[in-house]
Design a binder for this molecule. Structure first.
Ligand SMILES: C[S@@+](CC[C@H](N)C(=O)[O-])C[C@H]1O[C@@H](n2cnc3c(N)ncnc32)[C@H](O)[C@@H]1O
Length: 396
């Protein structure tokens, strides 16, 4: 049985398209900012949005007044979300069974298959031609939960149904085989979000606007040798912003400056990859990074320090007003002190979105004066708390 907007008989001759919903994951507590991200994209896509974004839920659901499956992906590339970790386009909310009346272990796979069939047949999947309606095949299946305590409570259930659900999808040609040979890069990922044990949303995503990782959360191992958990922030920034280009852009022999380096978690990531790092901080470095031959520790003010010769990378995790860090980053890149930069902006308690936009325009303004070409990206990473991480590079 399907609930929500899909209940009842379906007239196959005059079958209406299901209104498309956008389901977007974010850090719990940042739903207003994730909603603002979607609002910016909606303006570019030329539509209004109704947004359901209760604080603390870990995801928001948006319903565009008009849905154009060509314009939305372009809008998300033009105004990339900062606080949305991952999103998919899909159906509204569906009850797999009536939780109040059902006892024992209800079958979830059969109603999920029914929902996916309906979604393939009656939903516009952005990035796919209309001719693929009803025949869309998915490259991967992602059974997802919100990144909250309630979400963790249903993750065991997701694991238990994943294999039989995937098998049933493969049997009807809806899911590629798990071997790499069988997957195509133009095939979308199939998402099923379990809001709770009986309530789901289903939909599809494609890179670059859909994340490579379930719920937009990359799995990153905490290196035992690193002196702080903050090391995970830089590790995540590297996989997020550099992706396949990591080997080309960040490698042994390059030179870097780490502003606000102590106790050394970010410096460790670079020294581990063989970069020569000047670690700037009045505080002490800890652990093996303090004696690493790749690392030179200097105790000076990171807000005024500049290297004698340009470096490949500047990274900055100084706890300071975000606009000061944005101005610092703009100066380092615009004046050519570094080619690329990864930096963290600590957000204020209020007007967080406005502050991010202000920092973005400060950096863009500084770079625009140089007439060079630049790429700037800002994201709230999984390992970020009340903060966002940025990446900027001079192109050419
Ligand atoms: C969040 S911690 C950095 C953590 C580091 N990224 C890691 O992974 O271990 C911020 C650091 O910035 C340093 N700091 C604050 N103001 C600074 C300044 N003006 N110049 C240099 N360092 C500063 C602090 O001493 C502190 O060690």
């Amino acid at each position: 049985m399907l609930g929500g907007s899909l209940t009842g008989p379906v007239d196959s001759a005059a079958r209406p398209m299901i209104p498309t919903r956008i389901v977007a994951y974010c850090r719990a507590g940042f739903e207003p900012e994730a909603a603002a991200d979607l609002g910016r994209a909606a303006t570019i896509a030329g539509t209004e949005l109704a947004i359901d974004a209760p604080t603390g839920r870990g995801y928001v659901v948006a319903t565009p007044a008009v849905f154009d499956s060509q314009r939305w992906p372009r809008a998300l590339v033009e105004a990339p979300p900062v606080f949305v970790r991952s999103l998919f386009f899909g159906t509204g909310q569906h009850m797999l069974f009536d939780a109040a009346r059902t006892r024992g272990r209800p079958d979830r796979v059969a109603p999920l298959i029914e929902l996916v069939d309906l979604f393939r047949r009656d939903c516009a999947i952005p990035g796919l031609p209309h001719s693929s309606r009803g025949r869309a095949r998915f490259a991967v299946l992602r059974l997802e939960t919100p990144d909250t305590n309630d979400g963790k409570a249903v993750s065991g259930l997701c694991r238990s149904i994943e294999a039989p659900f995937a098998q049933a999808l493969r049997e009807r040609g809806a899911l590629a085989d798990s071997s790499a040979d069988d997957k195509r890069s133009d095939e979308p990922a199939l998402h099923v979000l379990f809001a709770d044990g009986a309530t789901v949303y289903a939909g599809a995503s494609l890179p670059p606007w859909g994340s490579h990782w379930a719920m937009g959360i990359p799995r990153i191992r905490m290196p035992r040798e690193a002196p702080s958990r903050s090391t995970l922030k830089l590790a995540e920034a590297i996989v997020t912003f550099l992706g396949d280009r990591e080997g080309e852009l960040l490698h042994a022999g390059m030179r870097a400056v780490d502003l606000g380096a102590a106790p050394g978690g970010w410096t460790w990531q670079l020294a581990y990859r063989g970069l020569m790092v000047v670690a700037v901080d009045n505080g002490p470095l800890k652990g093996e990074v303090a004696d690493d031959a790749h690392v030179t520790h200097i105790r000076v003010d990171g807000l005024t320090y500049l290297p004698r010769k340009p470096v490949d990378w500047m990274i900055c995790d100084i706890v300071e007003q975000p606009s000061r860090i944005a101005a610092l980053v703009g100066r380092w890149i615009a004046e050519g002190h570094a080619r690329r930069c990864i930096f963290n902006l600590k957000l204020p308690m209020k007007k967080r979105y406005d502050e991010v936009l202000r920092c973005q325009s400060l950096i863009v303004g500084a770079l625009a004066r140089t007439r060079g070409k630049f790429d700037l990206q800002l994201r709230q990473l999984y390992h970020d708390r009340e903060e966002v991480t940025g990446f900027v590079e001079r192109i050419g």
